[in-house]
Design a protein around this ligand. Structure first.
Ligand code: CO
Length: 136
């Protein structure tokens, strides 16, 4: 059911500082910031040969990562994203197996323009899991 690890997402309190650290100290390739009001975050992608690291900064009062950063003021790993080829089939399979899908259970369009869903961290050993539908 699962394909590649699409990305690992880190919540950061200061995106500019995080970009500078990844770009200047680690020499990594970092994308321009994308403002995603519908997701309550501003995001950049750090690209690696085999995957990406997503740096997330809260955007707006109701940001879904605000409470995470309140508990982890220095930032921390927020979620891991696995690729699936059929997100509705994956959702149905997981729900039948007792896993909880966050929100209304319907996929939303994520930062890469693909449908995404989030799975309850309590069902995945304390880690928030994102599924992203990637064709082919
Ligand atoms: Co993500």
């Amino acid at each position: 059911m699962l394909g590649r690890v699409n990305h690992i997402a880190l919540a950061v309190p200061d995106l500019e500082a995080a970009v500078a650290r990844y770009r200047d100290s680690l020499g990594a390739t970092v994308s321009a910031p994308q403002v995603l009001p519908e997701h309550g975050v501003t995001v950049v992608f750090v690209t690696f040969d085999n995957t990406k690291v997503e740096l997330l900064e809260p955007l707006g009062e109701a940001s879904p990562i605000a409470s995470f950063l309140a508990k982890n003021p220095d930032g921390g790993m927020h979620h891991i994203c696995y690729e699936v080829t059929d997100i509705l089939a994956a959702r149905d399979h997981l729900q039948a197996a007792g896993a909880r899908v966050l929100g209304n259970g319907e996929p939303r369009i994520g930062a890469h323009g693909n449908p995404v869903l989030f799975l309850h961290p309590k069902d995945f050993f304390g880690t928030l899991v994102e599924l992203e539908e990637v064709k082919g």
